[in-house]
Design a protein around this ligand. Structure first.
Ligand code: UGA
Length: 422
């Protein structure tokens, strides 16, 4: 079993640390946020992530998982140092490597000889070499091991991945990293660092493209009178296409797809390739937010000025409390610009958000509303009685941007129902 440091206790770092300790390794997770570290040391996980708290508690109890403040405190005596720090988007669309580089510079002098620094943050192609330079330690190897963890099912994705990608110039370093995953049943793809880094961006860009494609097909379905649900069933049954990531919705969001697609456009541009296709994927996504706003405006009778809109769902998808780049918030912002008053509810959101009257339950969000908009696919919303909701609202109009609700039940309750592509 190995001694591993994980730098960064965000959802990637924390999942990585908890899962490696679950696999039997000795893990120290360092983060600069002292309050977060104190909570984690008590087994209190500050994010909504299925199964994660249990693994953290187990790791702490068995003494295989520790939390410390700072990167330097985490790396003493370890054989592997995982970098799981944020790579936010710079104003020009590129990924900002400031955190990655400063952590590398900080831990460089402290690392043991022959130890391995592993990049798990999503970093531009070439970053493995940038980290190597920032470390100033030729005797320490740098390997890329990108993550493919979905928020909400990150623990499951870590322990049951479709593949594990390791990018290294040194085959021995690659096998040492691969050995950390002993017990995880998955094929390994061992390649060079640039290819591993590209795999991460290409995977996210392809998934975003699938969703934009289905959202565009949904628009066509609306125009020609087809039902996108059946169309998706029809195309997804072709094994070459598959059913996954073909759910139409209000557009993709979150901390990864928007940032990574823009970064890949930029990476390609810098390398002399105009990634027109991916720019199209991004533009379809922004149009999708606008299309949902159009539907809500139509439901309100042509103007949103002074109209009360009840919104169910604020997070960028269900099973997370993450609001980063949430389509719901982009849509709400557009509604407010047109004068709408927004009453919002989300099962995981308790803190006040600018310009949204936050409600304690889905019913309060509907009180006096002219239109109800379903923007996140929380299961709880599926089973709410439309009759009861109708009694609370000033008009029976629903825009179901996730195609979540039982359309016939809402129509029977007198609602005018607008979904996506049906
Ligand atoms: C995504 C990838 O799925 C992970 O593999 C990757 O590791 C991660 O980014 C990352 O780079 O860290 P995540 O952002 O957690 O994971 O969320 P997804 O489940 O991929 O959903 C992204 C967005 O697409 C959400 O807004 C979701 O509602 C939307 N979506 C997803 C659809 O609109 N339709 C679908 O069929 C699927």
């Amino acid at each position: 079993m190995a001694k591993i440091a994980v730098v960064g206790a965000g959802y990637v770092g924390l999942t990585t640390a908890a899962c490696f300790s679950h696999l039997g390794h000795e893990v120290v997770c360092g983060d600069i946020d002292a309050e977060r570290v104190a909570r984690l040391a008590e087994g209190d996980v500050p994010i909504v992530e299925e199964g994660l708290e249990q693994l953290v508690v187990d790791g702490l109890r068995h003494g295989r998982l520790r939390f410390v403040v700072g990167a330097a405190a985490a790396v003493a005596g370890v054989e592997f140092a995982y970098l799981c720090v944020p790579t936010p988007q710079a104003p020009d669309g590129a990924a900002d490597l400031t955190f990655v580089e400063s952590v590398a510079a900080e831990i460089g002098p402290l690392l043991a000889s022959e130890s391995i620094v592993v990049n798990k943050s999503t970093v531009p192609v070439g970053s493995t070499r940038i980290v190597q330079r920032a470390l100033r330690r030729p005797d320490v190897l740098v390997v890329s091991n990108p993550e493919f963890l979905r928020e909400g099912s990150a623990v499951h994705d870590f322990l049951h991945p479709d593949r594990i990608v390791v990018g290294a110039d040194d085959p021995n370093a690659a096998s040492r990293v691969a050995a950390l995953y002993l017990g995880v049943p998955a094929p390994f793809i061992v390649t060079d660092p640039a290819s591993a880094e590209t795999i991460k961006y290409a995977a996210n860009a392809f998934l975003a493209a699938k969703i934009s494609f289905v959202n565009a097909i949904a628009a066509v379905c609306e125009a020609v009178g087809a039902d996108v649900t059946d169309v998706v069933l029809g195309i997804g049954s072709d094994k070459r296409i598959g059913h996954d990531f073909l759910r139409p919705g209000p557009g993709w969001g979150g901390s990864c797809f928007p940032k990574d697609t823009r970064a890949l456009v930029r990476i390609a541009e810098d390398a002399g390739y105009d990634f027109d296709l991916l720019r199209g994927v991004i533009s379809v996504n922004s149009q999708q937010h606008a299309r949902v706003v159009d539907k809500i405006r139509d439901a309100a009778g042509g103007s949103l000025d002074g109209v009360v809109v009840g919104v169910w769902g604020l997070t960028f998808k269900a099973r997370t409390d993450d609001l980063r780049d949430s389509p719901s918030l982009a849509i709400i912002e557009a509604l407010r610009r047109e004068g709408a008053v927004v009453q919002g509810y989300d099962p995981t959101v308790e803190r006040e958000l600018d310009g949204i009257q936050l409600c304690v339950d889905p019913y309060e969000a509907c009180a006096g509303a002219r239109v109800l908009a379903v923007l996140t696919e929380w299961d709880d919303f599926r089973w709410i009685d439309p009759e009861h909701v109708g009694e609370l609202m000033s008009a029976r109009q629903v825009v179901d941007a996730r195609n979540l609700l039982e359309r016939p039940a809402w129509q029977r309750a007198g609602f005018t129902y607008q979904g996506i592509g049906r």
